[in-house]
Design a protein around this ligand. Structure first.
Ligand code: X8Z
Ligand code: ZN
Length: 617
């Protein structure tokens, strides 16, 4: 989601203003170094400072959001210029306010006030040192990277093909030569050499900015937004990954075997890592497009949601309307008319836009919008729920103080819509007329249904972890610019068990192939979301009195669950996240046991199937 912001502006401003999700969560209890000349200050001074900062930020946020919206919807020399200017101002303002919080370090104040101070200090995605032209340079670098990412083209058979279409080819083609050609073409399309140089310079500036604010580096600053010390949060991530890793290994083993069967040893060996371009996705982050290849052999026929949508003549608007109806069925209010008037839902053909899906609240009240080059397929059906989840969350917490208008942490923001989409079950599809009752798969298809979901949700987990492992190491100086790409592939192989289909040249910068790296959107949020959305689902189904298998449970139409969920959403970032989690699920911990329980039958089945295989890589 974005309050202000677009990937391109991300990092330029206070996190309140940044990102693809709402990162203005309170920081852990660390403080910027107090200036030596600090004069005694009172609680009244602190209150006044917070009130003034809020007014300034709120006003700038709307200006910034509208600038970023226009640039994202119309990428030209001039809109880049405007974005750059806006983003420089935003960074300067956010850094100035963050620095000023140090005046109040020694002051006894209410928990609420100190949470707000922490939002100001730790919530900037990309800070810059305040004593130079650093903010302007940072903005130039981030705008160039973001814009290069969004406007990249590749020539195929004499035609220039954009990213949206290249993604589609990766999803549907089963021609290994063509796949590797397109895979590599994407990674040439954004001027990787320039992006790599820009990235290295950006890291220097943002780290210096983080150090000025009292952090050892930007990695520590990013990790300080989870109501606990940064090192504890990092250990949490390790713990959660350890819980789900065995599931991924089984999935990897089964899918590798299917790909070996499909393509033969020459293309995909039966052992070792998997070729990254064979997994139905440009980044091998979701393998859902392989549902036909990696089906579970003894399961009954499942259904193909893409086909159902196409057969029912769904267009892009209808997909979004259907998602909206899910939210309103839980008792939430309809989206405002302006959502429909102002959103970008289909890809315009006459101009360059940032196609990566995002959700916005431009005025921090209810000027809600999505921007998405929607395609009529199952992946995007989930994504429209994902984006509306951001919008419904934004509206739910719009009564909070401005500095608390954000997710309980950024993983919550990413989990709302995905949690709703877990309720897209066969029975739900019957209810909305997409599936005939007679075609509802019976229990014999359960493993097939679980496999389809695992190809999306389980395949994603190591990708989500390695993304920020790479960034944290870069930000800590453990990975230097000359080994950006090699280190990237070491992590890809180690976590995901995948390798590039073609040798990577000297100038390759493959991390830049991913939106969130080129646009500086932290990625840990998605890993946390994929863990927590199953916790939400399990708790919701229990509330609803559901007794069957979790993957058959849909909370569609359940206003009681909706009311409890809305109560959590309305809290925004006003309380530590364990309080928000507890309000809905009854537990104060993020925990992988819900996702493990959900996939347990599949896990057992895969372990049996893989018993004779040499799993791992
Ligand atoms: O970036 C997104 C959303 C916008 S916040 C479309 N997602 C991640 C990605 O595409 O890499 C959703 C799932 C993961
Ligand atoms: Zn999102």
């Amino acid at each position: 989601m974005k309050r202000l912001m677009t990937g391109v502006a991300s990092g330029a401003l206070l996190a309140v203003l940044a990102g693809c999700s709402a990162p203005n969560e309170p920081a852990a209890d660390t403080q910027a170094a107090a200036p030596a000349t600090a004069s005694p200050v009172t609680v009244a001074d602190a209150e006044q400072f917070l009130a003034d900062a809020t007014t300034e930020l709120r006003e700038f946020s709307e200006f910034g959001a509208r600038t970023a919206w226009v640039q994202n919807n119309f990428i030209t020399y001039d809109t880049n210029w405007l974005l750059e200017r806006m983003s420089t101002q935003g960074t300067e303002m956010a850094v100035r306010l963050a620095t000023e919080t140090a005046r109040f370090n020694e002051l006894e104040m209410t928990t609420e006030m100190s949470r707000q101070m922490n939002v100001l200090r730790a919530g900037i995605t990309l800070p810059a040192p305040s004593d130079s032209a650093a903010a302007a340079r940072l903005s130039e670098l981030t705008t160039r990277m973001g814009s290069a990412y969004s406007t990249g083209l590749m020539e195929i058979d004499g035609e220039m093909v954009d990213h949206n279409e290249l993604e589609n080819i990766m999803r549907t083609s089963r021609d290994p030569e063509f796949l590797s050609h397109v895979w590599a073409g994407w990674r040439d399309s954004y001027n990787p050499e320039q992006m790599s140089t820009d990235y290295a310079e950006m890291v220097e500036i943002a780290n210096a900015g983080a150090r000025d604010l009292g952090f050892s580096d930007l990695a520590e600053m990013w990790l300080s937004n989870y109501d606990m010390p940064a090192d504890e949060m990092e250990a949490e991530v390790e713990r959660l990954w350890g819980q789900v890793e065995p599931l991924y290994e089984q999935l990897h083993c089964a899918v590798r075997s299917e790909l070996n069967g499909l393509y033969g040893d020459e293309v995909q060996a039966a052992e070792g890592p998997i070729r990254a371009d064979l997994l139905g996705n440009m980044w091998a982050q979701s393998w859902a497009a392989l549902a036909d290849v990696a089906s579970v052999s003894d399961a009954g026929p499942a259904y193909d949601l893409t086909q159902l949508l196409v057969d029912a003549d769904y267009d892009q608007i209808r997909m979004v309307e259907t998602a909206e109806t899910f939210f309103t069925s839980l008792g939430m209010e309809e989206l405002p008319d302006t959502f429909w008037e102002r959103s970008l839902i289909t890809q315009p053909r006459d101009r360059q836009v940032a196609c990566h899906a995002s959700a916005w609240n431009l005025d921090s009240v209810d000027d809600l919008r999505i921007k998405m080059c929607t395609r009529v397929n199952a992946d995007d059906f989930v994504t429209v729920h994902h984006e509306l989840g951001h919008n419904f969350y934004q509206r739910a917490y719009n009564q909070q103080d401005f500095l608390f208008q954000g997710g309980a942490h950024d993983g919550f923001h990413e989990a709302i819509g995905d949690f709703i989409a877990l309720s897209v079950t066969p029975d739900y599809l019957v209810q909305i007329g997409l599936l005939d009752q007679a075609d509802v798969p019976d229990a014999s298809a359960d493993l097939g249904l679980l496999m389809d979901t695992a190809l999306d949700k389980i395949a994603f987990l190591p990708f989500a972890v390695m993304m920020d492992q790479w960034r944290w190491r870069v930000l800590r100086g453990e990975i230097q610019p000359d080994s950006y790409n090699d280190a990237w592939w070491e992590l890809r192989e180690s976590y995901q068990g995948i390798v590039p289909p073609v040798e990577r040249g000297e100038t390759a910068f493959d991390p830049g192939s991913k939106y969130h790296i080129a646009n500086n959107v932290p990625y840990l949020r998605y890993f946390l979301s994929f863990i927590m959305q199953f916790q939400f689902h399990e708790a919701a189904c229990e509330m609803a009195g559901w007794e069957g298998p979790l993957h058959r449970c849909s909370i569609y139409g359940n206003e009681e669950v909706g009311a409890r969920f809305s109560a959590m959403m309305e809290m925004g970032a006003s309380q530590p996240w364990p309080d928000a989690l507890e309000a809905f699920t009854g537990t104060r911990e993020m925990d992988g046991s819900a996702i493990i329980a959900y996939f347990q039958p599949l896990m057992t089945h895969l372990e049996e199937q893989n018993a004779t295989r040499d799993c791992g890589w």
